[in-house]
Design a protein around this ligand. Sequence first.
Ligand code: COI
Length: 364
Amino acid sequence: MTPTAFAPRIEQNQHARSEPERAAILENPGFGNHFTDHMFLAEWTPDHGWHDARVVPYGPLSLDPATAVLHYAQEIFEGLKAYGHADGSVWLFRPDANGERLQRSAHRLALPELPLEWFLGSVRALIETDRAWVPRGEEKSLYLRPFMFASEAFLGVRPSQHVTYSVIASPAGAYFTGGIKPVSIWLSEQYSRAGAGGTGAAKCGGNYAASLLPQQEAAAEGCAQVAFLDAVEHRWVEELGGMNLYFVQADGSIVTPELSGSILEGVTRDSILRLAAELGHQVVERKVSIDEWREGAADGTITEVFACGTAAVVTPVGTLKWRGGEVTAGDGGLGKVTAEIRQALVDIQYGRAEDRFGWMTRVL
Ligand code: COI
């Protein structure tokens, strides 16, 4: 079917927050707590394809209790950020990469592909409408959350014949409270995040739901995040609950677990591969065993560990804990290479460094 041209209708929120209310939120937004005055919505049906694109006042969705997503979790999402630059302009970081990943996730979850023009158009339309909500200042951004779900009211197990796509926006500060401080990681030895042939490479809600019990276990052990191993041998490091991992070696090279089909293809992960190489590091994607992490951190072969993702940017990993032991890479603080890579990335995102890779897209 020829995709319908993207032409959203805009319905202004008559009860938008006042300027002082918005300013108070933007002063200290935290992560995922506050939402802007509007949201984007569109619908898909087999007969009409994608249609009814609209920006409407932010508010609750009314769902029939039989709505398929509530029962069978046919849902995918994305995360990307809009950055306010010093000259007042607003930019997105690699939005095409998020749009393409949403298409791959849609394929795996038997959801309809959203044309890239619709993805980029929806994000743009929401930012334009809620432009006053783009926070200014270091570490602050407008986090965009595009998501798509099975919205047909039907209890049979088959791909939904009505799908809803939405984008909401949330002013964001640092993902972890306490700024750029190392986070501690709990090693989940009992649970895996994803298996071969499963949905690990897709950004679907189910993967995150499955990470919550081990995440709860991590919190009970005093850790901020959980690390998952592969589901077959329980030996190979995969990723954290919502972030990819990097290991800095004593020789300055950096290693990240190779994409195995069960690891999320992180946009930040991919950007760091290229950025670190430009900074002169040898960058290697390969299998990393949990013994290599434990022994390397203990004997100094691994000098730094960091996690990365859109929300967390680049976050140093301090101590790895497991039942019966723990180990810390380096001095447990923010390492030199981690800081260098983080700075190089945010300098591009906030427009303080030249966009050598053509990653930034201007919105406003
Ligand atoms: C992101 O980094 O955008 C994520 O999706 C991680 C998490 C907030 C779910």
